[in-house]
Design a protein around this ligand. Sequence first.
Ligand code: ZN
Ligand code: ZN
Length: 356
Amino acid sequence: MKARIEQVRARFPEEGIEALVVTGAANRRYLSGFTGSAGTLLITPDEALLFTDFRYVEQATMQAPDFQVVRYDDPYKTLGERLQALAGRRVGIEAEHVTVAEMAKLREAAHVEWVPTRMVVEKVRAIKDASELALIQAAVDLADRCFEYILPQLKPGVTEREVAWRMEKFMRENGAEALAFATIVASGPNGALPHARPTDRPLAAGEFVTLDFGCVWKGYCSDMTRTVFLGEPTAKHRELYELVLRAQQAGVAAVRPGVSGREVDAVSRGIIAQAGYGDAFGHGLGHGLGLEVHEEIPRLSTRGETVLAPGMVTSVEPGVYLPGWGGIRIEDLVVVTEDGCQILTKSPKELVCLPV
Ligand code: ZN
Ligand code: ZN
């Protein structure tokens, strides 16, 4: 964790700050190792403090050896006391992770010049180290196993909700500490809703089923999507599936260092648009992932400013959604390497047509 703290300190001059207060839960965990639900970090040029309450003092002391643990009863008062030494100085506060009410209390408690910062820790978090990549791969591997497990169970009559439950149970029973997000099982016309919630609708022959799911393994997330067909697909089903697959593979092939998220998005989007389905792909191509299932860096979208760098992890997930008809999405996770990317997700992507 020492190296991570140093990387954050190295960003202070650029941010125009002399210290940083970290309140984002994933940032707090990333920098300290502390997994509790309450706590604040204060990082100064020569100190690293972790403020938490009575419930967590012992846990924090064990999990965060690089931090001096400070117990509080009133978090604002205690932080304010520690910030007296920095009175009048510029102290960063994570704009994305503080409420307006909390900010008012901080202003009252500490007479420093609060500087709203964005993405200071997230920029460091975006580059995954080997230990993080190993945990992401473990989470991905379990999701791959879950897909293999559920495939033979996708049959006409079983409901979306039942399929989702079996998948969730499988991941939890095989070591996942949690789900990365609520499992999506969307059949037939429901597949046209990119973030459909599983319903009591039974799967039926002659339809696609989209499964979008992931788990958490020692804090790190996975996220994958496969769309399979029940029975014999029509020419249109095949044609659209092949289109999304082509867009997905071209997107993956475009991921490499030095390329922006927007450029990668444009590759997949261009293929879908050229086939006349541009309006049917209304979301971004991919998102970063790590301690959180949706991380801002990188973002593969029409607004994706980030330039890809080795160690970044992103999803590549184009889709086509036709209201009333259904939808197709295919999603892999990839890690940017020195000369391209490596696909973490191993499940096959060619169209699977299940017997009915
Ligand atoms: Zn997903
Ligand atoms: Zn995703």
